[in-house]
Design a protein around this ligand. Structure first.
Ligand code: PGA
Ligand code: MG
Length: 232
């Protein structure tokens, strides 16, 4: 990959620009409390984020319902059809997330500098996340990052989410650059796999969430410790 060939950049949100693990944990724990279930461990959330809200809520709920102490307690949630509990939990999660969005989250070091330098170099920027679009837009605004992006797309913007290449191809279209001219910057194998399949070069940050796997094992052209390194 030659950086001078790159005309625009697609940037992932959770784990790449903002450390949102605290938001996820708090919103999930409010949700579990509504269902009279015990709180979730932070590391399960860290291993599960990145594939959208439905996947996160469903996985965490399945894990908590299978805990021996929950089975022994005769929790009411166990007596309901599972798809109904999933649906109810997702509704409660979205309700809570709306109000805690950004409250337990921090912009990673180097992000503002990296975005400023990319914009100053004349490149267009899009944010592409598996987070619902409305939450992503609000988070970017709360953290003062929205102004850097000409486009913001979420997990509900297209028919399929990353690691499918469709969201990247659609984002390239919106940016008006070919996949080969469009760099994907992310933190997980979802970003790496989607970028490879779409034909976009891909840089992965080394500090995000990658389902508990070493980030070097995910498809990438470049590993970076900070977005500020991109133009070096
Ligand atoms: O799974 C999510 O909600 C967000 O994940 P992403 O911003 O890393 O795509
Ligand atoms: Mg991510």
């Amino acid at each position: 990959m030659k950086f001078s060939d790159i005309r625009s950049v697609i940037v992932d949100l959770d784990g790449t620009m903002v450390d949102t693990l605290g938001d996820f944990v708090v919103a999930l724990n409010h949700t579990l409390d509504d269902l009279r279930l015990p709180p979730v461990a932070r590391d399960l959330v860290e291993r599960t984020v990145g594939k959208g809200s439905e996947h996160l809520v469903r996985t965490v709920l399945a894990h908590q319902l299978a805990l021996p102490e929950v089975a022994a307690s005769g929790a009411v949630a166990l007596s309901w059809p599972r798809d109904q509990v999933d649906e109810l939990a997702l509704q409660r999660y979205q309700h809570h997330y709306l109000f805690i969005n950004g409250q337990h989250a921090d912009v990673y070091p180097g992000v503002v500098e990296g975005l400023q330098r990319l914009r100053a170099s004349g490149r267009a920027l899009a944010c592409l996340t598996n987070k619902p679009r409305a939450f992503a837009q609000a988070l970017l605004e709360i953290k003062g990052l929205a102004g850097y992006f000409s486009q913001v797309f979420g997990g509900d913007s297209f028919e399929r989410k990353k690691p499918d290449p469709l969201p990247l191809l659609k984002t390239c279209e919106a940016l008006g650059t070919t996949p080969a001219q469009t760099l994907m910057v992310g933190d997980s194998q979802n970003d790496g796999i989607a970028a490879r399949a779409a034909g976009c070069p891909v840089a992965l940050v080394t500090y995000g969430y990658n389902h508990g796997d070493p980030i070097a094992e995910a498809p990438h052209d470049l590993l970076i410790g900070s977005l500020a390194e991109l133009l070096d």
